[in-house]
Ligand binder design. Sequence first.
Ligand code: GLU
Length: 426
Amino acid sequence: MAIHVSEKKKNYRINPLHMAWEQLETTAKFIKLDSGILQKLKYPKRILTVSVPIKMDNGKIQVFKGYRVQHNLDRGPGKGGIRYHPDVDIDEVTALAMWMTWKCAVVNIPYGGAKGGVVCDPTKLSQTELEHITRRYISEIGLIIGPEKDIPAPDVNTNARIMAWIMDTYSMNVGYSVPGIVTGKPLSLGGSRGRAEATGRGVVFVTQEATKYFGIDLTKSKIAIQGFGNVGYNAARIFYDLGCKIVAVSDVQGGIYDPEGLDIPAVYKHSQKNGKVQNFKGTKNISNKQLLEVPCDILIPAAIEGQITEDNANKIKAKLVVEAANGPTTPQADKILDQRGIKVVPDILANAGGVVVSYFEWVQSLQAYFWKEKDVQQRLQEVIVNAFDEVVEVMKKYKKINMRTAAMILALQRVSEAAILRGLYP
Ligand code: GLU
């Protein structure tokens, strides 16, 4: 119990917004960004806090708290997921919105950054309660979202089922069907082929590029993946299909490790049946903390923020970290990994596959013209490879900077250029 309390206290120190600010300020110094523009980009354009009252299954009213933050809209409408989690707070949503701004800019898709969240624990809610929360939350933030204003999508604990309720609620409120209001929808409501696995597929594309660039043999590499949700599982499955060796995976309840490599489809079946990956035959149960420290070549944090910290950065054995989650590495840990020569592909590049295919979905929804799966995959690969090459160009130009700083420089240059060109209104 005591350990739990102290771990909690320590985690409490990791404020994602402080991480995002530190990353922004470090990059701004590097490119000598105008201090006025820096101030503009440090704070979000718009924050909406809403109360979400619903009638629970027991007949009682319960009020949940929800947020939608639009960090910057200079390059286009806001884009970013909606998260349902008990730890959601305004600083986290603001940081995630800011990371969306940089992510959309790095891969050069015409969006600004936004994010939403509702403070709730979906494991303790029935489907009916989840539906009521979603519908009321969307009605409340309906003031600031829209297909030309701000387009939500899935994030932690939200999925295509929830996106369908979002599409329906917004459409009912305006009186006609608006498929372009949300991405990550089911195919039958105008979703895109390849969207569900897009973040995972993007992680694989970026890992292929990074291993080539850093001279690591992917086929001989041992991969450890923290998180077995939409991103972690799909990345694991695609790596597995490519013949790669995944030695560890985990979910919220803990992980499993087998140095000989895991049978990912069998682990998936087991986790669907038992509600967790642990206790899979022939493997060793490990904690999420241990997963980050297992012997491996490539470590893929695909869960939540603040996982690689100054406390464990020295224990990481991987040569390459590919950030499939948003904000998994603290700035302090970043410095340690850098000193140790461990390469990090930053989140704003590594996990951009999801929002790239969201962009494809939005375009398809607006045009009511739908693409084949192989076209989606091919265009996703083109966007990711191109962004990777552009980040590498920045690394070469500035010398001695790591990939996060290079990606941030590219993003900040694009966003600040748009902000300066647009000027101030009035
Ligand atoms: N939630 C995802 C992310 O963090 C996807 C956002 C989107 O598709 O708009 O990138």
